[in-house]
Design a protein around this ligand. Structure first.
Ligand SMILES: *[C@@H]1O[C@H](CO)[C@@H](O)[C@H](O)[C@H]1NC(C)=O
Ligand SMILES: *[C@@H]1O[C@H](CO)[C@@H](O)[C@H](O)[C@H]1NC(C)=O
Length: 394
């Protein structure tokens, strides 16, 4: 064989290897030890990997590694994988290592991040939930299990978030982020433990995931665009929510939300859009719920523009959030509340272009009547309609 061909073959091999094989950075090489505080080792390992000029991989092997708090900071020089095979464990509230604040583990400003492995982010939240969480301020100051702040072109797969003290996952300022085969697990009565909250992000996908928690399964806040939630199973929890919107000034529009092929089991709500009365202006449009199975779900189809969880608002002043181009198609299964379809829109800005198509919801109790109600909205209906569609807008 000619030298020239050999050189080409070698060049191809090097090219292939540099793509396929990441340089591995194992946290135990930097002093991480099972059942011991490994925070410094994790941070040091991330820093080395992030500085690698070629593709890198941080490995957390099997075992329980205690982490007080870790902000895994980018930007990195090349694509980086965070491979979690073991468990990262947060300190319980009240222990000497508990730092408070609103962050436990954060990925910040990283492009081409992959989070992989079948490991667990264990927030040890039961130590926090016992203390009453009546006000958003108090709940909000608890650590979120995993933050993705300004993370782009990234994939999060196979890992589990367990017993977060507050939200399991918060995505802020993200673009092109996919969750695949992700799990979040916490008891149904754990307060404020939303599964995945998305805000100010574009092109986020949540696929084939399972979220069992105490608050919203997925919640989508202001500034979210092109969000896809497909084949996600939720429950227990509060269901899949857009909002709440309108609580704060200068909220960005919500646009292009596609929730398809999801199953909700024993959740407090099904699919809902919630906005505050007496609110700041905002818009949410192009929101589509399709092919959703409800099993013993309360309020399966809900638009609530009088959202006021602790009755601290003035319901006489209508919401200023404009809702338009919303569809509910092929929503079927059983409801635990008689009111199965409830569309409460703002008197100041009635909902525009709401479509109900093929709704088939029956009582999960002993055959009680199910009903629908509309306020400040005239939905366009077609196909099966159980319950009978609301005809008035009173
Ligand atoms: C989105 O991110 C994935 C994962 O890194 C990447 O393969 C893909 O090319 C990105 N898509 C765009 C449009 O940048
Ligand atoms: C709603 O849909 C209509 C028709 O498809 C479109 O013309 C309009 O721009 C949409 N409105 C918003 C706010 O997206």
């Amino acid at each position: 064989m000619s030298l020239k061909l050999n050189v080409i073959a070698l060049a191809l091999l090097v090219l292939f290897a540099s793509h396929a094989n990441a340089q591995v950075f194992d946290v135990t090489a930097n002093g991480a030890r099972p059942n011991a505080d490994s925070t410094q080792a994790l941070l040091a390992t991330w820093k080395q990997a992030c500085a690698s000029p070629t593709r890198s991989k941080v490995v957390v092997p099997k075992g329980i590694f205690m982490i007080t708090k870790a902000i895994l900071q980018g930007p990195c020089k090349a694509p980086i994988e965070f491979n979690l095979q073991g468990t990262l464990q947060a300190p319980p509230v009240g222990s000497g290592n508990f730092k408070g604040g609103d962050t436990w583990i954060a990925f910040d400003n990283v492009n081409f991040l992959t989070v992989s492995g079948f490991g667990v982010f264990d927030g040890q939240g039961s130590s926090a939930w016992g203390q009453k969480c009546d006000h958003t301020e108090l709940c909000g100051s608890r650590p979120i299990n995993i933050r993705f702040d300004f993370v782009t072109n990234s994939i999060v797969q196979d890992v589990t978030s367990r017993d977060s003290k507050q939200f399991h996952v918060n995505v802020l300022g993200g673009r092109n982020v996919t969750f695949h085969n992700f799990k979040a697990i916490a008891p149904g009565n754990s307060p404020n433990t939303d599964g995945i909250h998305i805000g100010r992000s574009t092109d986020v996908k949540i696929l084939n995931s399972n979220i069992q928690t105490g608050d919203d399964c997925v919640s989508i806040g202001d500034g979210s665009k092109q969000i896809t939630v497909t084949k996600v199973t939720c429950g227990p929890g509060h269901g899949i929510s857009i909002g709440s919107l309108g609580k704060y000034p200068n909220e960005q529009p919500v646009q292009g939300i596609f929730v398809t092929g999801c199953t909700l089991i024993n959740t407090q709500n099904g699919v809902r859009i919630k906005t505050w009365p007496n609110s700041y202006p905002g818009t949410a449009s192009d929101i589509h719920f399709e092919d959703i199975v409800m099993e013993n779900v309360g309020n399966p189809v809900l638009i609530d523009q009088e959202y006021c969880p602790r009755n601290e608002c003035n319901l006489k002043v209508p919401s200023k959030v404009k809702l338009s181009n919303i569809s509910f198609k092929s929503i079927r299964g059983t409801t635990s509340t008689p009111l199965a379809v409830n569309l409460v829109c703002s008197q100041a800005f009635p909902c525009q272009n709401v479509i109900l198509q093929d709704i088939n919801l029956r009582s999960s109790g002993s055959g009680g009547q199910v009903t629908s109600h509309c306020k400040n909205v005239k939905p366009t209906v077609s196909g099966t309609q159980i319950p009978a569609p609301c005809l008035t807008t009173g």
